[in-house]
Ligand binder design. Sequence first.
Ligand code: 5GP
Ligand code: MN
Length: 314
Amino acid sequence: MFAKVKKIIDNGQDFFITTHIDPDGDAIGSVFSLYWALKSLGKNATVYLKDKVPYRYEFLPGPDRISNAIPDKNYDAVFVLDCGDFPRIGDGYEDLKKTKMIVSIDHHNTNDGFGRINVLDADASSTGEILYRLYKYLGVSLSYEMAVNIYTAIVTDTGSFRYENTGSRAFLICEKMVRLGVKPAEVSRMVHGNHPKERFLLLGQVLCTLRTFDEDRVAIAYITEEMFEKTHSTSEYSDGFAELIREVRGTEVAILLRQVNDRRYKISMRSKGTVDVADICCLFGGGGHKNAAGCHIDGTLEEVQTKLMEAMKR
Ligand code: 5GP
Ligand code: MN
């Protein structure tokens, strides 16, 4: 598949790069690293993000301008990174279909193969890892700008080398990135030690809702719109809460329900070990990985919880 991607890059000049809504470190790091790689090959690259860069990742070097409207233009290829299905790019994604060459590079095992070309590897720790291999294949020499983006992609998607997707390849690549000048403590400070205090006020409220079921095997907490208002927070501030709830002893599945409106919740599921939460989220039209997945469910808090519990029993 790398050969096909190389041909597209060699033969084209104008490229478009994007990722999923609510972008995480792998999404942003992947998009920015590809931007620098294409620039270094003398190509034009437009980066499009539906949502703004989360505050944690504002330190990452990227393009001077990130477009938040899809330009009415044909590109030689559209790169969709770390995104399991096309609509997850966000509203307006259909306009991108004008460009026939859609290249999906991703590591979600629920990826539905929406690209014309699909570079998929569910065994990769992150999309950043797949891209690192692509850059080697393309013969791109890695700059610091690329290195810090790749490093951040891998570190965030492996939960700082704590999750099941952490293997020797993740360490090997990160070791190389450190040799290229990346400072792990600096990245950690920006990503994990630079939160607005409102995040902690919100966390306090969310933790008060924590309940466990099935002898602590399932842990559930929720966030209401009212909590966001009261603590002057946005959904960006709740990133990572689901992982925290998974830390409860004995918990195999952690669920965070975030209210989107009166009758809709965003679900974040996390698991330890063999429980496959992507399977459960797929039942509701979502997706993700075995140990981290998400979806949206319509209903009141009680209805959504009931739907989830029933799905899990199955
Ligand atoms: P989170 O719960 O942090 O939003 O997402 C956890 C994982 O599941 C991430 O890998 C994310 O990309 C994926 N994910 C979350 N929501 C959805 C969804 O609605 N559809 C798909 N396909 N993947 C999702
Ligand atoms: Mn990822």
